[in-house]
Design a protein around this ligand. Structure first.
Ligand code: ASP
Length: 326
């Protein structure tokens, strides 16, 4: 068997940006090869191959692009000489992309996403160290079968648990309530736990038109009426606490449900499950007749990704619910 390599797929993000004097801000400027040139230590780890997918801020990445990346990764991973895959990606939507890859990709080879909080032209850019840690993880035998991973600031996080928690810090990625799966200590990759349950949703096409509505005090049903008129294919609601919404939102949910639009309930609180603990007006239990789907422990943005994928397989509420129950 020949020598193994890690394939690095570049998509853009701050990691590939430089300061532009004309616009007075960071703009995409760095090629895949430039990224690798900045990490000379890679040569002591494993050979790498670059595949340039895009060079855009992650706010420009769509679920369709994430899905295309997932298919691309599975194709690349078939080759025997590929040990693992690294994706470089903007941090803003990185948690959505890695969650989609975790659900969709068939390969058991390590898939690691990373990026940077500081642009390549800034003082102390974190991109090179993050690439090195991600490649080390992707090349490591222990990472096989652990699902898609987010490797950042020498921490290894599970796709379903990780979220961006700080607007500018290099230690922005955290898994609230869980902590990282492992750490990268210079040349050692150390896992301290594994995900007990890993889920797969593998449609041949991804759904579209799924919206996320965050509850705020006094929110009315205007957005629900607009989405009922559209009509949207699915709605994720970020409720208060363990799954409670204002009375007018309950009415909005009932309205869209009457049209058969699936509604998934998540919480705007960053830790814990949605639980139908109360029966007052607007509680998850009070919407029992509307047959809403409780999302479990994932965030609103991840529930949207999951619903988009599940809608690629079915429109039936009971079948959709099964993806959120497991
Ligand atoms: N706005 C950038 C992006 O998500 C932020 C980053 O990469 O850190 O592309």
């Amino acid at each position: 068997m020949g020598k193994k390599k890690v394939v690095i797929i570049t998509t853009g993000g701050t990691i590939a940006m430089k300061y532009d004097e004309v616009t007075n801000g960071l703009v995409p400027a760095i090629s895949g090869d430039d990224l690798i040139q900045a990490v000379p230590a890679l040569k002591d780890v494993i050979p790498v191959e670059i595949v340039e997918y895009s060079n855009v801020p992650s706010g420009h990445i769509t679920p369709d692009m994430m899905f295309e990346l997932a298919l691309m990764i599975d194709k690349i991973a078939i080759a025997e000489d590929v040990a693992g895959i690294v994706i470089t990606h903007g941090t803003d939507t990185q948690e959505e992309t890695i969650y989609l890859l975790d659900l969709v990709c068939k390969t058991e080879k390590p898939i690691c996403i990373t990026g940077a909080m500081r642009g390549a032209s800034e003082t102390g850019p974190d991109g090179p160290a993050n690439i090195l840690a991600a490649v080390r993880t992707a090349a490591c035998q222990e990472a096989v079968g652990k699902g898609a991973l987010l490797v950042f600031n020498d921490e290894i996080h599970a796709a379903s648990e990780v979220t961006k928690t700080q607007t500018t810090s290099c230690s922005t990625f955290k898994s609230p309530g869980w902590g990282p799966l492992g750490h990268v200590y210079f040349d050692r990759v150390v896992f301290k736990r594994r995900m007990e349950k890993r889920q797969k949703i593998q449609p041949t096409t991804i759904g579209s038109d799924v919206y996320l509505i965050k509850c705020v005090a006094g929110l009315d049903d205007y957005l629900f009426k607009a989405l009922a008129a559209k009509p949207a294919r699915g709605i994720v609601v970020e409720a208060f606490g363990c799954g409670n919404v204002p009375p007018a939102v309950k009415e909005g949910i009932e309205l869209v449900r009457k049209q058969g639009i699936p509604v998934v309930l998540t919480s705007r609180v960053h830790m814990g499950r949605v639980v139908p603990a109360y029966s007052y007006l607007g509680s998850a239990q009070s919407m029992k007749d509307a047959d809403i789907i409780l999302a479990g422990e994932i965030t609103g943005q991840k529930a949207r990704i999951k619903l988009l994928l599940a809608l690629g397989l079915t429109d039936e509420t009971e079948k959709l619910r099964a993806y959120f129950d497991s």
